[in-house]
Design a binder for this molecule. Structure first.
Ligand code: B12
Ligand code: SF4
Length: 467
């Protein structure tokens, strides 16, 4: 079978309250999920596989159609984020128009809503959870002339039973093949917060055992790769000239020991790289940070969300304000850059002053960068269920969208205390208050590495200021 894995263009992303300047142009990450699936198909089957990243070039649908016609896939596999459902469906329909026989959809959206997704027009099968093994099995079945029915981890019809758990390629993450970055045009991906070298993402663990109410990750089982396996993947990337890495693990520091072991392996092998991780503040120690810094860690992203104990408790973050402040202070002392993610418009921000306090707290915490989002409860999260229960949210809009993705759909915000317009206005204030500060500008000027770095940061900064 000829299999084309497609990341849809981001033309009709569900409007979320993030300023354009923050979401657009500042980053372009490789389609890691599709690369992981492609690698398994390439190594463990006779199927021919290619990846079409329609997001990278923001392909128009007629161009996509021409590319599909030219490559002539039997099967297309499309990756789906919930917010991109309109483009997912358009991609499926374009592929069918261009002659693809089968269309499979997988990804985080399908993991949450397989039944709704398999009912969409043009979709022949969906994969719930990890895609490697089910995709292999589906392509084998279609190649034999069998139907998709009954393949573990998949659904071929809304009446099929929903798979109870993910079907793993192996229980041991070390058995997954190292991803060859040349599966895509790997030199074109970037992150403006990096230093301008060739950039990639990688993942060293799956799932997260915590229970934050706005996040749907907890349902997935936590599994880790060994330090040796992670370093093999890093080495393969370094050999291609890739120097900057972003670990997209949900939470990198579930235990400090795992992080220390990985750093030791990086140091023992003498691997020279710059990396960023997503962390929780809990358990962060100076010893850990110093080891990470020595192994090349440049930046840590922390989901702070709120600056009060009440806010943290309401979101079940299982951290304290004191732990937050300690983690940021230690990072500053050790010399690792920080990014703090905050939410505004949470259930405990009842007045404008409460939101302004969250913004003031972000400045007091003094991270190097900050990202603010308006809280948008996604279906499948505890907060969404609480919103429905308390009458703050309405079930119908999301349900309708899942079954019939429409371009004019807007995700509901938590509007118990503020209107969408008020939240949007406060979001703009948050960015301006944080980034329009002499301290922020001065710090960034001293950290500029090269003329190229200057140009990247200056253009990102300008976009931020006019946001
Ligand atoms: C990196 C990342 C981003 C990056 C880049 C995303 C990108 N386009 O590549 C950025 C920062 C841009 C981003 C933005 C957002 N993100 Co994000 N992001 C991630 C993160 C941390 C890693 C994704 C990744 O590469 N994973 C590694 C791969 C290997 O795993 P995977 O994606 O799960 O893929 C496996 C399966 O899903 C499946 N699969 C995937 N695709 C396909 C396709 C086929 C055909 C098949 C068969 C199977 C299959 O098989 C894969 C391999 O096992 C995930 C959390 C996580 N750790 O996964 C969140 C996550 C994907 N993001 C999420 C969200 C909500 C967002 C935002 C909406 C946030 C916001 N409010 O703005 C935006 C939307 C962006 C957009 N416009 O689409 C949610 C998605 C939930 C959902 N139902 O859609 C996640 C799961 C986080 C969470 N737990 O809430 N994100
Ligand atoms: S927000 Fe982060 S720490 Fe909380 S459950 Fe999700 S992945 Fe885990």
């Amino acid at each position: 079978m000829r299999v084309m894995l497609i990341r849809p263009p981001a033309k009709h992303t569900v409007e979320s309250e993030v300023p354009e300047a923050v979401s657009a142009e500042n980053l372009s990450y490789p389609p890691l999920a599709l690369m992981a699936i492609a690698q398994v198909l390439r190594d463990f089957s006779q199927h021919e596989v290619t990846i079409l990243d329609a997001q990278l070039d923001d392909l128009d649908y007629d161009v996509m159609e021409a590319k599909i016609r030219e490559w002539k896939p039997d099967v297309v596999g499309v990756t789906a984020f919930t917010v991109q459902l309109v483009d997912v469906l358009k991609t499926v329909q374009t592929a069918k128009k261009a002659g693809a026989k089968y269309a499979v959809v997988g990804g985080p959206h399908v993991s949450d809503f397989p039944r709704e997704c398999v009912g969409l027009p043009g979709v022949d099968a969906v994969v719930k959870g990890e895609g490697q093994k089910p995709m292999l099995d589906l392509c084998d079945a279609w190649a034999r002339g069998d139907t998709a029915k009954g393949i573990a981890g998949t659904m071929a019809h809304p009446d099929d039973p929903v798979p109870e758990q993910d079907v793993y390629f192996s229980n041991n993450l070390d058995d997954y093949p190292v991803i060859d970055r040349t599966l895509v045009d790997y030199k074109r991906y970037y992150d403006v917060m990096g230093k301008g070298g060739i950039f990639t993402t990688l993942i060293s663990s799956r799932g997260c055992p915590y229970r934050c109410t706005f996040c749907n990750t907890p349902r997935h089982r936590y599994r880790v790769s060994s330090p040796g396996r992670v370093c093999d993947e890093i080495k393969a990337c370094l050999d291609l000239g890739i120097e900057e890495f972003y670990f997209v693990d949900d939470t990198f520091n579930i235990t400090n020991q795992r992080v220390i072991d990985l750093c030791d392996e990086i140091l023992e092998r003498g691997l020279k790289l710059r990396w960023t991780v997503r962390f929780r503040v809990k358990g962060v120690t100076r010893e850990l940070l110093e080891k990470m810094k020595a192994a090349g860690c440049q930046r840590i992203q922390f989901g702070v969300e709120q600056g009060t104990e009440e806010g943290l408790l309401r979101l079940k973050k299982d951290v304290t304000v004191r732990e937050i402040e300690s983690a940021f202070r230690l990072c500053r002392e050790v010399g690792i850059n920080t990014v703090a993610y905050f939410m505004i418009g949470t259930p405990v921000e009842r007045s404008r002053d409460d939101v302004m306090d969250t913004i003031a707290y972000s400045i007091k915490l003094d991270p190097d960068f900050v990202m603010f989002n308006v809280l948008t409860p996604f279906p499948g999260t505890t907060l969404y269920d609480e919103g429905l229960r308390d009458g703050v949210l309405d079930l119908d809009p999301w349900t309708q969208f899942m079954k019939n993705p429409r371009e004019d759909f807007k995700a509901q915000v938590w509007d118990e205390h503020f209107s969408r317009a008020e939240l949007r206005e406060m979001l703009d204030i948050a960015y301006k208050k944080f980034y329009w500060r002499p301290k922020f500008v001065a710090r960034n000027i001293t950290q500029i590495q090269s003329p190229r770095d200057f140009m990247r940061k200056a253009s990102a900064g300008l976009r931020m200021l006019v946001a």
